[in-house]
Design a protein around this ligand. Structure first.
Ligand SMILES: Cc1ncc(COP(=O)(O)O)c(C=O)c1O
Length: 356
């Protein structure tokens, strides 16, 4: 029976990507070897890595000022690696904190330099994106979380800044077109819109590097990774391969314009359904609602268990809200078909007619 996968990450991937990845485990491109057994310095893998890098550059319309890296570790590693490379001990970085992941990023950065939290939306339980904030001109960079996976908010217009803009795009990477050239650094763990867990993508403007005074451990040094072409040590070969397939899929489907069109259609349907049924309530400010993660509640919390059970009955997974937020969270990443959203919307209507 079909499973409707609303997992927040690792999450749904395109069917064709899974088929090709499964095939490559048995025989990678007719080599007689599994993708799990090929050497990372072979031309086979170099072609995979190069295609992944080229696809990122094409999708984001990046020029030579930016480099694309595929590195180990989840986005959490980047919470440390970004300040290690960009923030001197006595310098200050500005952090825009509207959710738990941004808070964690700021906490890690404070281990390396000074952190000024320039925005905080806890007055309304992180249900909006703070737009009224000032960034010190002397800040090394401004860090934002483009999509707050847990709270269900998303930046729809990125802030104008005098200082380099750094973004954690783990949960909305490649969901829409934007002017990516103006970012100093973008990072994302792959396991939502880009592939399998175990690899990070980092896009970095080269002129920002090499400016801090501290000694950076080799494996943490972006410049050394650039010099080694993401092959300083053994990369997560399979995870990079799945990212390459997913990036190829995005391009074949019509690129970021098409991803955005689909994501808008799915999220519009879900939010319209939430808004039209009095049994449900979404607290996130309408203009900041995420295309990727919709967070909502049952006005009568005692019905939540019954609703989750109804979802389970029709093979929907991943709809329980994050433990600190509660309620329901429906993640609608690029690969989620509109039909899955239609099914949950029908279920919500049906549930309301029985319990409303
Ligand atoms: C926005 C955001 N940043 C960072 C992370 C942490 O990623 P990882 O588990 O890959 O370290 C997540 C995980 O869901 C996330 O959603």
């Amino acid at each position: 029976m079909k499973v409707h996968n609303f997992n927040s990450g690792p999450s749904i991937l395109p069917e064709s990507v899974m088929e090709q990845a499964a095939q490559a485990i048995h025989d990678f491109n007719g080599t007689g070897l599994s993708i799990l057994e090929i050497g990372h310095r072979t031309t086979h893998f170099q072609e995979v890595l190069q295609e992944a890098i080229n696809s990122v550059k094409q999708l984001m319309n990046l020029g030579d000022d930016h480099d694309v890296l595929f590195l180990h570790g989840g986005a959490t590693t980047q919470f440390m690696q970004v300040p290690m490379n960009l923030l001197d001990e006595n310098a200050t970085a500005a952090y825009h904190v509207n959710g738990i992941w941004g808070k964690k990023a700021a906490t890690e950065a404070a281990l390396f330099g000074k952190v000024e939290v320039v925005a905080d939306s806890t007055d309304k339980q992180n249900t909006y994106i703070s737009k009224d904030f000032a960034v010190p001109r002397s800040a090394a960079y401004l860090h934002i979380t483009s999509n707050n996976t847990v709270e269900g908010t998303q930046w729809h217009e990125f802030p104008e800044t005098q200082v380099p803009l750094v973004a954690d795009m783990s949960s909305d990477i490649f969901c829409r077109p934007a002017d990516y050239k103006r970012f100093g650094l973008i990072y994302a763990g792959a396991q939502k819109n880009m592939g399998a867990a175990g690899v990070n993508m980092v896009v970095v403007r080269k002129d920002l590097l090499g400016k801090v005074n501290r000694k950076i451990p080799t494996i943490m040094d972006y410049q050394k990774h650039i010099a080694a072409g993401s092959l300083m040590n053994t990369p997560p070969v399979f995870a990079v391969y799945v990212s390459m397939l997913t990036l190829r899929w995005i391009l074949q489907e019509g690129g970021l314009e098409e991803m955005e069109r689909r994501n808008k259609a799915k999220s519009a349907l879900l939010y319209q359904t939430i808004d039209s049924i009095p049994l449900f309530r979404a607290d996130v400010a309408k203009e900041d609602r995420s295309l990727m993660n919709a967070v909502f509640f049952l006005n009568d919390p005692s019905l939540e268990t019954a609703f989750l059970e109804a979802c389970k009955q029709v093979n929907m997974i991943g709809v329980k809200g994050y433990r600190t937020v509660g309620g329901i969270r429906v993640s609608m990443y690029n690969a989620l078909p509109l039909s899955s959203v239609e099914v949950i919307c029908e279920l919500m209507k049906d549930f309301a007619s029985k319990h409303g």
